[in-house]
Design a protein around this ligand. Structure first.
Ligand SMILES: Nc1ncnc2c1ncn2[C@@H]1O[C@H](COP(=O)(O)OP(=O)(O)O)[C@@H](O)[C@H]1O
Ligand SMILES: [Mg+2]
Length: 272
């Protein structure tokens, strides 16, 4: 509702995982390099963790967009699947055409597909998002998938993406074999205060905003102390700030507007 007022093409602070908005903080850059390294070097298992809203899914979407013309990819977003459903999703997402509905045929087709890809010099990447929700048994199945390999090379690179509980899960004794196979790991921390500022202006620019939308240092401090640098929360606060600014006719946001926005989110009523 405030887009026209600010001259924006779209809402800069949507909470969808849109890769067009990706801001490469130092840690997002490092995370990205780790993923690329793990894929290129065919490391097998890669683990990407971070608290909720730190940009894991957005980064993976950006990665897929970048590599999907060179590498065959599958993205599993909902891992509360049964074993068979998981396998079906992987097979389908890789573009393997089959009507088969049993595990052994699907595994055989996947294996043939991987061998063909290898002979073409191609690589296959599977991203499993929210992997902390995978049941232990299913994680073990995922490990078995990676047994589809030749003697020298991993045919398939599996990126397990999840909240920090994923680490705890992988530390359980029945998943020792899987844990030992994870060759590349990265944990995305929240943004620092300086990055938070660049993040906000970056998103406004991508959404078509001009430099007449500004924040005072105190406003930035307030956003930081409320969000502790978690991008998803920053989006929620900034959306509120834009709304509050629109209502009060401001494009320059100070501590007062930032505080009003965070208090509104908290459900505190403030008499002005
Ligand atoms: N580095 C980033 N650059 C741009 N937007 C980001 C970044 N990190 C997170 N976000 C935004 O924060 C929100 C949550 O990000 P998401 O990738 O869904 O987090 P996660 O998957 O870690 O829970 C999304 O709106 C996303 O666009
Ligand atoms: Mg996510």
């Amino acid at each position: 509702m405030y887009l026209e007022y600010y001259g924006l093409k779209e809402n800069p602070f949507n909470v969808t995982s849109d890769p067009n908005y990706l801001f490469m903080s130092k840690h997002h850059k490092e995370a990205y390099s780790h993923l690329i390294y793990g894929i290129q070097e065919r490391k097998g298992f890669i683990e990407l963790t971070g608290e909720i809203g730190t940009g894991k899914t957005t980064l993976c979407r950006a990665l897929l967009r970048e590599i999907s013309d060179k590498v065959k990819t599958a993205l599993i977003l909902n891992p509360t699947l049964s074993e068979l459903q998981l396998l079906q999703s992987i097979v389908e997402d890789l573009g393997i055409k089959t009507k088969a509905r049993n595990k052994f045929t699907l595994l055989k087709m996947l294996n043939d597909f991987l061998i063909t890809e290898l002979t073409h010099g191609s690589n296959v990447v599977i991203i499993i998002d929210e992997a902390q929700n995978l049941k232990g048994k299913l994680l073990e199945e995922v490990r078995l998938l990676s047994n589809l390999e030749t003697e020298k090379e991993k045919l398939i690179q599996i990126i397990l993406v999840g909240q920090p509980q994923l680490k705890d899960k992988l530390n359980s004794s029945e998943l020792t074999q899987l844990r030992q196979r994870i060759a590349v790991r990265y944990h995305i921390p929240p943004l620092d205060k300086n990055e938070l500022l660049f993040y906000i202006y970056h998103r406004i620019r991508v959404a078509g905003g001009k430099d007449d939308i500004t924040f005072t240092d105190k406003a930035i401090e307030q956003i930081y102390s409320y969000t502790l640098g978690t991008p998803r929360l920053i989006n929620i606060v900034c959306d509120k700030i834009l709304l509050t600014g629109f209502v009060s006719g401001a494009k320059h946001f100070d501590l007062d507007i930032a505080t009003r926005a965070t208090e509104e989110i908290e459900g505190k009523i403030r008499v002005i």
